[in-house]
Every structure is written in C-alpha cells, then in structure tokens.
Design a protein around this ligand. Structure first.
Ligand code: NAD
Ligand code: TYD
Length: 353
C-alpha cells in the first residue's frame, strides 16, 4: 500500500470526514490529501482550521452529482485511493426531502465509481475505493441480537435506503468490473464538530441554552454510540489493511436508550455548568415520534477486531466528557452553524411535533 500517494477524501468538511482528513493529513505526510466537499449546511471548513495550511492538503469545492467535474478532477489528479464519506446523512431530513438523498448518496456515489473505474481502467494494482456507510442499512433490531457483516439489508428510512443502494453499487462494481473496493458500516458516532441536528450535539446545544430537550416518542429507542475519532482510526486501518472486496462492521459495543443518554448528558452538564443536579432534566420534553423510527441498532465488530486488531480508544464516559468539553470551549462554532438557516430548519422540524 506504500504506492498510494494521492488520496481523495469526499465529505471531508463534515463531521466524520473532518476527523478522517485530520488524521490522514497528520499521519501520512508523504500522501497528498484532496478534500472534496460541496459545503452543504453540514460542511464547514472551520472544522479543519488546524490543518488547512498543511503542505499535503488541498480543498476542492465540488458537488459529487456533477459527473463532468468529477471526471475532470480524476483525470487531472489520477488519484490512487478514494475514501468516500460525502453524503446527506440526517434521517429526519431524508423524511422531508428524500430526493436530495437519492441524488447525493446514490447518483453521487455512482459518479465517483465511474470516475475511478475510467481512470484506473483495468490496472487496479494498489488502488482502493473505500465507501463509508452506516449500520442503518441493516434495518432495525428488537431487544436481542446484533448486526453482522452477513445480516441481510433491510433499510427503513429514505436515508438508509439511499445508503443501502450506494453500498449495492459499490459491491456491484467490484463484482462486475473488479473495482478494488472496501466498505464499512458503522454505528452512531458522537464527538466534536457534530452538527446540532443529531441527538447528542442537539441536546448539548439545548442544555447550554436552557431550551427544551425534544425526545422522540417514549425515548426507548436504542443506539450504539462510537466516539468519532475511533471511527476515524478504524477507517484508516481498513483503508490500509482491510482485504479488498470486504465489508467491516464498526461499532462501540455501547448501547443506550435515548432517554437514558439524555439524562446522562443532563447530569454531566449540570455539574460542568455549575447548575443544581436535576435542573437540565426538567427541560426534557417528549415530542411526536419520528415516522418509521427504527427501534434498535447494535453492531458486532468482532471481524474488525479479530482480523485487523482494531479497538476503541476511549470509554463512553471519557468520549462524552471530551465531547461536552469541546462544545463548552467552542461556543462560537455552535453560534456560526446555528445562525441563519439552522433556525428555520429547527422551527420546521420541531414546531410540528
Ligand atoms: P455530515 O452530514 O456531517 O457530512 C457530510 C459532508 O458531505 C458535508 O461536509 C457535506 O457538505 C458533504 N456533501 C453533502 N452532499 C455533497 C455533495 N453532493 N457533493 C459533495 N459533498 C457533499 O455527515 P457525517 O455524519 O460526517 O457522515 C459521513 C459519512 O459517514 C456519511 O456517508 C454517512 O452516511 C456515514 N456515517 C455516518 C454516521 C454518523 O453517526 N454520523 C454513522 C455511520 C456512517
Ligand atoms: P440521530 O442522532 O438523528 O441518529 P439516527 O436516527 O441516525 O440514529 O438520532 C438518534 C436517536 O435519537 C434516534 O432514535 C432519534 C432520537 N432523537 C430524539 O429523540 N430527538 C431528537 O431531537 C433527535 C435529533 C433524535
């Protein structure tokens, strides 16, 4: 794999992508990293301030649905590897705007696959197309069991259906054309630079501002939470050492009912903000449930652990504390991303529940 020099990372201005870009730029000074991002509401170059002037880093503003621009970029730079994270990623938005998910997640992914296939032609030696996906493609679990790499796909939301479709195209390009692909399906991530439309950053932001904490339904749905830097370390490992054509599941072995997680955050933040314990919990407000709300996700990561020796680096309590501390220390980041369009989004999403 030492032949890899020019790496394209898509979606690198987003939450997980920015952690992946930072890690790869810092760890591989002999690589040239191109970060391609459209900079949607979820993409923010502030996330990468610390590495933006690194000599092995370049930002490219581009939309992956623009096939001409994508083909030209591949022609110009002749990438050796692709780590594809660009996506529309929020389930609630997929319920109100499914077509945007089809365009970016399905069409955009196929554009990238075509560009890689055309530029690499039949000489796939040393090349890698790594597609980053979600455990939500497997559908929902009841109280028992975990998703493994062989669990049949059964996506329930427009988001997970679009990611499942992109996964199928990635596998099909491997099967049909021999494209050297890798795929991973990860559980819910949390950490710094996470846009406050997802559960954990939204609750942190609302606790900081003493706003109601909207818990969907009865709060009994279960998610398996992984610290984002541990997802980035798994992506790095799989990109370099994972077997071509294979899928790896990545998870935190860390299941929480939403309501228990929100209560934990309330306690942690009350003590950090100098509030009386119990104060933030009073903000919890049960709201109408999400349409088609998946009950439970849980991931079996034993293949990744056994084959590649991956281990999460932090416990949930450590990771959550680091996350909360980051948001408390960076109120201006939250202010920037929650001004303007965010207010309108929030009003539309939560006033009708
Ligand atoms: P995000 O929404 O924070 O970031 C997505 C990035 O993609 C943004 O920077 C955005 O500007 C960019 N983007 C969107 N549409 C684009 C387009 N048409 N062209 C170019 N760039 C575009 O998402 P995230 O949470 O960082 O997720 C990254 C990837 O990881 C996604 O593929 C997602 O499905 C997957 N994933 C996320 C989680 C999670 O918990 N967040 C878990 C497992 C897998
Ligand atoms: P989310 O962070 O949107 O991730 P996903 O739906 O992809 O798992 O939501 C995580 C869980 O939290 C999910 O069960 C929905 C729930 N949730 C709330 O209860 N309130 C909220 O305001 C949000 C955004 C999510």
């Amino acid at each position: 794999m030492s032949s890899i020099k020019k790496i394209l990372i898509t979606g690198g201005a987003g939450f997980i992508g920015s952690h992946v870009v930072r890690r790869i730029v810092n760890r591989y000074p002999d690589y040239m990293i191109f970060n391609l991002d459209k900079l949607t509401y979820a993409g923010n170059l502030e996330n990468l301030k610390d590495i933006e002037s690194a000599s092995n880093y370049q930002f490219v503003k581009m939309d992956i649905t623009d096939s001409d621009a994508i083909n030209n970029l591949f022609e110009t730079h002749q990438f050796d590897g692709v780590i594809h994270l660009a996506a529309e990623s929020h389930v609630d938005r997929s319920i109100s705007h499914p077509m945007e998910f089809v365009m970016t997640n399905v069409i955009g992914t196929v554009n990238l696959l075509n560009a890689a296939k055309n530029i690499w032609k039949d000489n796939f030696n040393g090349k890698v197309f790594y597609h980053v996906s979600t455990d939500e493609v497997y559908g929902e679990l009841s109280d028992e069991g975990k998703f493994t790499e062989t669990t049949p796909y059964s996506p329930n939301s427009p988001y997970s259906a679009s990611k499942a479709s992109s996964d199928h195209f990635v596998r099909a390009y491997h099967h049909t054309y021999g494209l050297p692909i890798k795929l991973s399906n990860c559980s819910n991530n949390y950490g710094s630079h996470h846009f406050p439309e997802k559960l954990i950053p939204l609750m942190i932001n609302n606790i900081m501002n003493s706003k109601p904490l909207p818990v969907y339904g009865k709060g009994e749905n279960v998610r398996d939470w992984l610290f984002v830097e541990d997802h980035a370390s798994a992506i790095d490992l799989i990109f370099h050492e994972g077997k071509l054509g294979e899928t790896f599941n990545i998870g935190g072995n860390n299941e929480w009912k939403n309501i228990d997680l929100v209560r934990l955050l309330c306690k942690m933040m009350d003590s950090k903000l100098g509030k009386a314990i119990g104060e933030s919990e009073k903000l919890i407000t049960y709201v109408g449930d999400r349409a088609g709300h998946d009950f439970r996700y849980a991931i079996d990561s034993s293949k990744l652990m056994q084959q590649l020796g991956w281990m999460p680096s932090v416990t949930f309590e450590q990771g959550l504390e680091r996350t909360v501390d980051w948001y408390l220390a960076n109120p201006e980041w939250l202010e920037h991303v929650t001004s303007g369009a965010y207010k309108e989004y929030y009003q539309n999403m939560y006033s009708k529940r």
